[in-house]
Ligand binder design. Structure first.
Ligand code: RTP
Ligand code: MG
Length: 143
C-alpha cells in the first residue's frame, strides 16, 4: 500500500517573496490535503539537523545559513502516492531544469533558493513530519 503522507517546507526565499498563499493554493489544487501546518523559523542547529544527510556536501554551510535566514512554513500533506506526486509537483532541485508549471519553475530563484522542500522517501517523510509536529498538532484521521 502507498504511504499517503509527505512533508514540505516553504523555504525562506519564497516566504520573503510573498509566495506562501500561491504555493499552498497550488499544493491544495493538486489534490493534497493539509493535515498540519506551522509558521516558524529554524535556527542553525535545527536546520543542520534537518539537512544532516548533506553535512559532507560543499553546499551544506550555505544551505544551513539560508534555511535559518527567515521564517518558513512547515506542513504535512496527505494524498495517495504523496511522496512521488509531490516531488513531481515541485520539480527539479535546480529551477532552470524544473518542468514548466512546477512550483520551483514558478517560484524558485536558484539551485539553493528553490522555494520548497519535499521529502524524498516514505521513511524520510515520517521522520521529517515527526521532527516538526507532535501527534497533537496533526489532524487525526479517526475524527
Ligand atoms: P529538498 O531536500 O530541499 O527538497 O531539495 P532536493 O531533494 O531537491 O535537493 P537535495 O539534493 O536534497 O538538496 C537539499 C537542498 O540543498 C540546496 N542545494 N544547494 N548549491 C548547490 O549546489 C545546492 N545543491 C542543493 C537546495 O536548497 C536543495 O533543495
Ligand atoms: Mg532532498
Amino acid at each position: 500500500m502507498n504511504t499517503i503522507t509527505t512533508f514540505t517546507m516553504i523555504k525562506p526565499d519564497a516566504v520573503r517573496a510573498g509566495h506562501i498563499g500561491a504555493i499552498l493554493d497550488d499544493i491544495i489544487k493538486a489534490g493534497f490535503k493539509l493535515v498540519a501546518i506551522k509558521y516558524m523559523q529554524l535556527n542553525q542547529d535545527t536546520a543542520g539537523i534537518f539537512y544532516q544527510v548533506h553535512k559532507e556536501r560543499p553546499f551544506f554551510k550555505d544551505l544551513v545559513t539560508f534555511m535559518s535566514s527567515g521564517p518558513i512554513v512547515a506542513a504535512v500533506l496527505e494524498k495517495e502516492n504523496a511522496v512521488e506526486d509531490f516531488r513531481k509537483l515541485i520539480g527539479a532541485t535546480d529551477p532552470s531544469k524544473a518542468e514548466p508549471g512546477t512550483i520551483r519553475a514558478k517560484y524558485a530563484s536558484s539551485i539553493q533558493e528553490n522555494a520548497v522542500h519535499g521529502s524524498d522517501s516514505n521513511e524520510n517523510a515520517d521522520i521529517e513530519a515527526s521532527f516538526f509536529f507532535s501527534g497533537l498538532e496533526r489532524h487525526p484521521d479517526f475524527l
